[in-house]
Design a binder for this molecule. Structure first.
Ligand code: CP3
Length: 357
């Protein structure tokens, strides 16, 4: 795909969604209020989520379009957030190409046989749309239900996916991952390139089905120094952003602990950069470069403090975003499972009331 042609077959974002505060903010246009959504808004903080998930393993629930639709809609109904995020997980496309992996409650993704050698790469075949037909089906159902609320599609970025695949599960120090990155740069580059293609294909399926923005989660990339990020990760992440550029849907790039990487993450090609709570948004804007919409960045743990403390922390986030061309209010990382859902609902309302044009 070259230039800005819109590929045929795409379910265009509905006019109502295109005029939503969320998509306006992504494009840096004036907004009626600062849009709000929360990473991990669909999930264990909601009793209605726990109820519908009862007895159904995480990965299986991602493959049931009706359940996915219900779970994706739950936080929209309850909190009145300005965007829905598609209920799935970053390892779903890897499962879909046949890797033996599972999501263990309280642990995260676990891979039966880690990817460590060139021979192991053969197990990473290309992702075809038919491998994830349930995603196309669920997004079709969702866009019908959502009306003017935009749907965000997402995928894991090559580095974060590689970390799970090479370590075999969640890791604090990413030692096997870094051993490959430093020790066999050619194998590493080939691994990331394959993951970039899988991720691009997965995002393309979501956009074609009707997602009106996409977020690339590079959750663990903050483990890298800038020079290493530029050399070993940025080419693969940029490949993903380039692959979906022709659709014209906003591309959001997010990671945790990325204060020193914000400039490079902006350079990688996203339209919107997500910021964790460690860097104030005005400083983040200086690092990312002018003219970019930022997303963030309330510390998710603040929601365990009394209401007045949450409000003053939210006010600080809004103040630091005052001079940005666009701001999407979010947490600096995902909603913590024990969060009181009412605190989230109040926060959405508070941000809206503080920023009403
Ligand atoms: O944001 C949303 O509401 C959409 C759903 C979503 C999930 N995972 C559902 C989920 C999204 C966007 C993700 C992305 C994801 N998955 C990331 C990137 C975002 C981030 O948090 O940094 C990562 C690193 C993963 C891998 C993963 N999957 C982890 C670390 C866990 C938590 C393990 C645990 O139980 O503590 C999961 C499981 C998972 N993904 C759950 C949900 C709702 C919990 C599983 C359950 O409810 O049984």
């Amino acid at each position: 795909m070259s230039g800005n042609e819109r590929p045929t077959g795409q379910q265009q974002t509905s006019t109502a969604a295109a005029e939503s505060a969320f998509l306006k903010a992504c494009r840096g246009e004036p907004v009626p209020h600062t849009p709000v959504w929360f990473m991990r808004q669909a999930g264990r903080s909601l009793p209605e989520y726990l109820k519908v998930r009862e007895g159904i393993p995480m990965l299986e629930s991602c493959m049931r379009p009706e359940l996915v639709t219900e779970i994706t809609l739950q936080p929209v109904r309850r909190h009145k957030v300005d965007a829905a995020i598609y209920f799935s997980d970053i390892v779903v496309p890897l499962k879909a190409i046949g890797l033996d992996l599972d999501i263990k409650p309280g642990v995260g993704p676990v891979v039966a046989e880690p990817i460590r050698t060139r021979a192991d790469l053969q197990r990473l075949r290309a992702l075809e749309p038919d491998d994830v037909a349930y995603v196309t089906e669920a997004i079709g159902m969702l866009t019908g239900e959502l009306g003017s609320t935009p749907l965000i599609g997402f995928a894991g970025a090559p580095f974060t996916l590689a970390s799970y695949l090479v370590e075999g599960g969640p890791s604090r120090n990413h030692e096997h991952t870094k051993a490959m990155m430093y020790g066999d740069p050619e194998l590493w580059a080939d691994l990331l390139d394959r993951l970039a293609d899988i991720t691009s294909a997965f995002l393309t399926v979501q956009i074609e089905a009707g997602a009106s923005a996409v977020q690339l989660f590079d959750s663990w990339v903050g483990a890298l120094a800038p020079a290493e990020y530029r050399r070993s990760v940025m080419p693969a992440s940029s490949k993903v952003f380039d692959a979906v550029a022709g659709y014209g849907v906003p591309r959001i790039h997010f990671g945790v602990g990325t204060g020193e990487l914000l400039g490079l993450m902006g350079e990688a090609g996203a339209d919107v950069v997500g910021v964790d709570w460690r860097v104030p948004l005005d400083e983040a804007a200086r690092r990312v470069g002018a003219g970019r919409t930022l997303q963030g960045n309330l510390d998710p743990a603040v929601l365990f403090a009394p209401r007045s403390a949450v409000e003053s922390a939210a006010r600080e986030v809004l103040a630091s975003a005052r001079d940005l061309p666009g701001h999407i209010f979010n947490l600096g990382h995902g909603v913590l499972p024990a969060t009181d859902p009412d605190a989230l609902t109040r926060l959405v309302d508070f941000v809206h009331s503080q920023t009403q044009a």
